[in-house]
Design a protein around this ligand. Structure first.
Ligand SMILES: Nc1ncnc2c1ncn2[C@@H]1O[C@H](COP(=O)(O)OP(=O)(O)O)[C@@H](O)[C@H]1O
Ligand code: SF4
Ligand SMILES: [Mg+2]
Length: 329
C-alpha cells in the first residue's frame, strides 16, 4: 500500500465567469521515502492539487488516502492527525510567516497546537533550527531579520516539527535568488536522507526538480499528460508538452541545450473556463493532426512504467514525428 494515494481527484472553482475545472481526474501514488516532481506551467492546477490533497480546498470528486486512511471527507478536528502526517511548504516564505511572531514561536506552532509542553517545544525547536542550518540564537528574532533563503529554512523547520511522513513543497525555491536555490534543495534532500520523508515537489520549472525527483508528473490544464521515472522523461519525453517544457528549461550540457532550443512552447495556456476540445494541448502542439481537436487522448500506460496522454506520442511513433519535433529531439 502506498503512503499517499490520490484517486481520480477533481477540484472545481465556481466564479462569475463560470466553472473552472482546476484539477481534473488526477491519480497517482507516492511511496515512503520517494520524491515525486510535479511540473507544469503556471495556472495548470499544481497548487490547487496540493491544497486539495492537504484538504485545504474541497474536492468535487475522487479520493485522497493517506497512510491507509481515506481523508477525503474528514472535517475540522478530524484533520488534526492528518496535519501531523502531512505538511506543506509554500512558495512565499515571506507571506507564510507571521511577522509579529518570533522564529521560535513560528517553528513551535504545530507543536503547541498538538499540546506539547513549553519545555519540550523549546528543545524540539532548538533541534529543528540546528537541523535546517539556522543560527542557534535566532529563536527570539523575527522573520524580517532573516534573508529569503533563511526564511524558507524557517518554513521547512516548521513543516518538519511533527515528524511528518509527507511534505508537499509548492514551488519552495521559485521566490529565491538562483544562488540560494541549490542550498535549499540540498537541504531538502539531506533532510529526506535523515528522516525518510516523502516529497511531492512542485515547480513550474522542470530543471529545478528533474534531478531530485524519482518520478515526474507533468500537468497541463488540470490533467496529467505524462508521468514516469524522472531520468526517462528528461532523456526522452513521450508527450509533446513535456518536450516543449524541456526545451524551455535551462540545461548544463551545451550539446543537449542546443538540441532542445528548437521546440519552443508557442502561445498561451488556454483559458480553463473554456478549454479546447479534444486534446487540450492541440492549439499549441507541433504534432497536432485533425483527430487531436476532436478526440481527447486518454492517459495510457506505455513502456517502462510511463503513462502518456497523446494520440501520437513521441515514443511509439518515431516515424510519424514531424520535422520540427524530430529536430528538437
Ligand atoms: N480560489 C480560486 N477561485 C477561482 N479560480 C481559481 C482559484 N485558485 C485558482 N484558480 C484557478 O485555477 C487554475 C489553477 O490554478 P493553480 O492551482 O493556482 O495553478 P498553478 O499552481 O499550477 O499555477 C487557474 O486557472 C486559476 O486561475
Ligand atoms: S494528442 Fe495530438 S495535439 Fe495532443 S499532444 Fe498528442 S499530438 Fe499533440
Ligand atoms: Mg501554484
Amino acid at each position: 500500500m502506498s503512503l499517499l494515494s490520490v484517486l481520480s481527484l477533481c477540484v472545481q472553482y465556481q466564479s462569475a465567469q463560470g466553472t473552472v475545472r482546476a484539477v481534473d481526474d488526477v491519480s497517482f501514488d507516492l511511496e515512503a521515502g520517494e520524491t515525486i516532481g510535479l511540473v507544469g506551467e503556471s495556472g495548470c492546477g499544481k497548487s490547487t492539487l496540493s491544497k486539495a490533497i492537504m484538504r485545504l480546498v474541497p474536492c468535487s470528486d475522487g479520493r485522497v488516502v493517506l497512510d491507509g486512511q481515506d481523508i477525503t471527507n474528514l472535517q475540522g478536528a478530524q484533520l488534526k492527525p492528518v496535519r501531523k502526517t502531512m505538511q506543506m511548504i509554500f512558495q512565499d516564505p515571506y507571506g507564510s510567516l507571521n511577522p509579529r511572531h518570533d522564529i521560535g514561536t513560528i517553528i513551535g506552532q504545530p507543536l503547541s497546537v498538538a499540546g506539547w509542553s513549553r519545555r519540550d517545544i523549546r528543545d524540539r525547536v532548538a533541534e529543528l533550527m540546528q537541523q535546517v542550518g539556522l543560527p542557534a540564537d535566532g529563536a527570539r528574532r523575527y522573520p524580517h531579520e532573516f534573508s529569503g533563503g533563511q526564511r524558507q529554512r524557517i518554513g521547512i523547520a516548521r513543516a518538519l516539527a511533527l515528524r511528518p511522513k509527507v511534505i508537499i513543497c509548492d514551488e519552495p525555491v521559485s521566490a529565491l535568488d538562483v544562488s540560494v536555490r541549490a542550498q535549499v534543495i540540498n537541504l531538502l534532500q539531506d533532510l529526506q536522507q535523515q528522516t525518510g520523508v516523502s516529497y511531492l515537489f512542485i515547480s513550474h520549472d522542470l530543471s529545478v526538480i528533474e534531478h531530485v525527483s524519482d518520478r515526474l508528473i507533468v500537468m497541463y490544464l488540470g490533467r496529467i499528460v505524462e508521468s514516469g521515472r524522472g531520468a526517462d522523461l528528461w532523456r526522452q519525453p513521450a508527450h509533446p508538452y513535456t518536450l516543449a517544457l524541456l526545451a524551455a528549461a535551462p540545461v548544463a550540457d551545451p550539446k543537449l541545450a542546443r538540441s532542445r532550443t528548437r521546440s519552443i512552447l508557442q502561445g498561451e495556456l488556454p483559458s480553463p473556463l473554456n478549454p479546447p476540445t479534444g486534446c487540450s494541448f492541440h492549439e499549441r502542439c507541433q504534432m497536432a493532426r485533425e483527430r487531436c481537436s476532436q478526440e481527447r487522448p486518454l492517459l495510457r500506460a506505455v513502456s517502462g512504467g510511463r503513462m502518456v496522454a497523446c494520440h501520437y506520442d513521441l515514443l511509439e511513433q518515431p516515424a510519424g514525428v514531424p520535422q520540427a519535433v524530430s529536430a528538437a529531439r
